[in-house]
Each structure stands twice: as C-alpha cells, then as structure tokens.
Design a protein around this ligand. Structure first.
Ligand code: ATP
Ligand code: MG
Length: 440
C-alpha cells in the first residue's frame, strides 16, 4: 500500500477568521512528499484550524493551497484524497473492526474481493487481525485508535492528517502508539501532518515542526533547530526552558553576543538571541538540566564575580550564584530541585547530587545555555543569523499577491527556512509575553 504520488503541498499565506477573531494568520508552509510535519502550540493557537484548512473542512479567509503548482484550496474536501484521524475515534459502534475499516471502500463501490484484501492488509498493518471481528465497544482506547488509523490508511490517502490522535490514551499507550504511527508513516510512505500540544510527542515524531501562537507561526524547523535555537521565548518555553525570567540588558559585550542582564537582585550573563541593546527588557531562559550545581567542596570559597568561575581555575563560562535549596524531588536517576536565587527568584534544576532542602548551594548558569530573547517578537529574519541551521526543504517565499491580508508577507517563515520569528507587521501579531510563563 503506497500513498499516491505528489511532490509538494504548499500553503501560501493561509489564514482563517471566525467572526472578528483571526484563528490563523499568514501560514506559509511547504510540505514535501513523505515528510512528517507536526503543528505544535498551546490550546487555541490555531493548530486544528490549520489542519482543517488543509483538509478542506473550513474555507480559507486568506491565502491559497497548491499541490505541485496546481491550485488546490478550491478542491472539495472529499476529493482531496486526504485521510483524517481525530482525537475521538468516531467509529461506527454497530460495525465490527473489519466493517469499520471496509466502510470507506464500500462507499467507493469497489469490487468485493479488493475490499476484502485491502481491509485485511490495513488491519494487519495496525496489528489488529486478532480483534477484527469485535465491535469498537469491546476494544481498548489504543485499539480503537488503531481502527481509526486503519480506516484512514485503507483509502491510501495522499496525506494523512491527524488531530491530537493520542490525547485520549494513557501515558503508556501514548508512547506505544507514537512509535507505531511513526513506523506506519515510514512503512507506507505517507505524508503526515500531525497536530499536538505535546512538545515531546512533536519532537520525537516529526521531521519538521511548526510552532504556532495566537494564530501566528513562531518558528518552523527541525526538532534540532527548535531544541537548540528557539526563535522566540515562547518557543523556548515550549522546548523545555522552564526557567524564564524578565530582566533588563545592562550592557553588551564588545565582541560576540554575550549580554549582561540585571534585575530581581541578579546580575548574569547570557547569549543574546537577536539584536539587544542596553536598557532593553528581555526574557532570559535556561533549561533545568543545563544549570550546573557546584560540588559541595567548593562552597566554602566566596562566590566570584558574575561571569567568572575563578575559584576552580576554569575559563569563564557562566554566572556563578549563591542559592538556597527549597524543594527536592527524587525522579529516579536524579533529583529535580528548586532553589532560590537573587530576590526570591525560583530556579529549577536537575542534578544527581543529593541536595537538602534549606541548605545553601551554588549554581552556575553557562552563558551559552542562557538565552536572552527580546520581550516582544519582531518581524524579520532569523535571530540566529550566522548559526548553522538544518534547513527544511522549502521552495521559497510566496508571492505577495497570493498572501492576502494576513501577516507573514514575504518572510518565508513557513517555507522551511529554519528559525524565524512570526512576522509581526500586523497590530497585535507580535508575541505578548504572558506573565504566566515568566517568573518575576
Ligand atoms: N468554528 C469556530 N467558530 C469560532 N471560533 C473558532 C472556531 N474554530 C476555532 N475557533 C477559534 O479559533 C481559535 C483557534 O482554534 P483551534 O481549534 O484552531 O485551536 P487549537 O490550537 O486546535 O486548540 P486546542 O489545542 O485546544 O485544540 C480559538 O480561539 C477558537 O476558539
Ligand atoms: Mg485543536
């Protein structure tokens, strides 16, 4: 069973408004045959809207969709040849597994022998042959979801669209199904667009991720791009930068992109993402696993100047701060620890060291792991200029005339060009940092 051939599916400035609310704006994305794309973002950011636009379930307000250079957004939903799998499996309760899977083929009035053979093959692919004569009510959630997938793949879709297909399953099943979905994608040569709000799921499944926020693209890139070079602090927030603080730029190093930040009784060095000047408010972030805890033996020495690690004779690689341990949670291989730094700022870290709540400790924040982002996202090119990026296989920017009134005009953000912030030409299109994500 192979998906039908096409080379490129291209969304140009795709947007959708519901009443006065723009659910999706200026989505530029070029999907190559065989790619696994994940649409990622918080609830309400426009993921399902994007998928439904692609499926033809909702008409576009702006932009256009093209398949191999042919206009595609006016093709009716049922003629697109796309398979869809939703969060709720929506199986026919009175039909057996076999009946559910065969349903679409019967509707197409295919010869009986072909229906039988293709149904059998699809059920075998999702490893449900031993359950084929059961009704959906007699199956587990994971099995039902596999029936829903079999029902889609049996139609040999050109593109498989999945909207949070695993969110109803328990953690263990989710992991198993995740692997199965990826295996099936590869084995059947599918092109998959997969909606999730689970960052880990998206990173593990997708060749490229599209991070959305408030209907706007924040970044499009490979899992490595997003993990190592988040374009905005919102993306960083999604990518595990649990420690995010709002501080001010005190000064910029003469060379390189190190900035010294101040605020909340802290002074620390960070790597600037994008152009920052003295006085700018930034959101600075570091992952808990990147915080270094000093070995207990060093604690008798006084803390060095920020930006130095002088006591140990090492090169200055990060800011050293005194801290007090607040909460220690055992997580199996290591401890998840919350410490206080500065004026009561909470910092999360992970360490194999057995720290004790209430004790003093000392942490180092490696400067290359401490990323300082502009508080507001600006339009323009990648903030990671000069940094190596693993590019997707984009086809260049869309023509402005095709983009419509949504933002994203000419930024190419959606064409697989690596890290770029959502273009912010429109009022309200820049990222508004919600205080919920940032410790003060
Ligand atoms: N049919 C509709 N009518 C009016 N508003 C809608 C409609 N569909 C979506 N919206 C709005 O558009 C925005 C984006 O919705 P969408 O369903 O795309 O979000 P999502 O990213 O899929 O969220 P979730 O993770 O919660 O499923 C939301 O503010 C939502 O309320
Ligand atoms: Mg949704």
């Amino acid at each position: 069973m192979r998906a039908q051939g096409f080379q490129t599916l291209e969304l140009r400035g795709v947007g959708r408004r519901f009443g006065r609310h723009s659910a999706l704006r200026g989505l530029n994305l070029s999907i190559q045959q065989g790619e696994f794309i994940a649409l990622l973002g918080p609830s309400g950011c426009g993921k399902s809207t994007a998928l439904n636009c692609l499926a033809g379930l909702v008409p576009l307000t702006w932009g256009s969709i093209w398949m191999d250079g042919e206009r595609f957004d006016q093709v009716p939903c049922e003629k697109r040849g796309f398979g869809m799998v939703f969060q709720n499996y929506a199986l026919f309760p009175h039909l057996t597994v076999r009946g559910n899977v065969a349903f679409g083929l019967r509707m197409r009035k295919l010869p009986k022998a072909e229906i039988r053979a293709r149904t059998q093959e699809a059920i075998r692919t999702v490893r449900l042959l031993d359950q084929a004569d059961k009704l959906p009510g007699q199956l587990s959630g994971g099995q039902q979801q596999r029936v829903a997938i079999a029902r889609s793949i049996v139609l040999e879709p050109a593109v498989m669209l999945m909207d949070e297909p695993l969110s109803n399953l328990d953690a263990k099943l989710r992991l198993e199904m995740r692997t199965e979905i990826r295996q099936m994608h590869q084995a059947l040569g599918l092109t998959t667009v997969y909606v999730t709000h689970d960052q880990e799921e998206a990173l593990s499944l997708a060749d490229r991720l599209v991070v959305l926020r408030d209907g706007l693209v924040q970044q499009i890139g490979t899992p490595e791009d997003l993990h190592h070079r988040p374009a905005t602090w919102h993306v960083a927030d999604f990518m595990g930068f649990r420690n995010l603080f709002r501080l001010k730029v005190d000064r910029r190093a003469e060379h390189g992109n190190t900035v010294t930040l101040r605020g909340n009784g802290l002074e620390l060095d960070a790597t600037a993402v994008g152009s920052l000047s003295a006085g700018d408010t930034v959101v600075v972030g570091i992952r808990p696993e990147d915080v270094v805890v000093e070995p207990p033996g060093n604690l008798s020495e006084p803390v060095g100047e920020p930006g130095s690690w002088a006591r140990t004779g090492r090169a200055p690689t990060g800011t050293v701060l005194d801290a007090r341990v607040q909460v220690v949670e055992f997580t199996g291989r290591e401890f998840a620890v919350q410490v206080r730094i500065g004026d009561e700022v909470a910092l999360h870290l992970r360490t194999p060291q057995r720290l004790v709540a209430g004790d003093p400790t000392r942490v180092q924040l490696p400067v290359h792991r401490m990323l300082a982002f502009p508080e507001e996202v600006e339009s323009g090119s990648s903030p990671w200029v000069g940094a190596p990026t693993s590019h997707g296989r984009g086809t260049g920017s869309p023509k402005e005339s095709e983009v419509g009134p949504g933002p994203g005009t000419g930024s190419g953000a959606g064409t697989g060009s690596g890290a770029r912030p959502g273009s912010g030409e429109q009022p309200g299109s820049g990222a508004r940092p919600g205080s919920e994500a940032v410790s003060q």
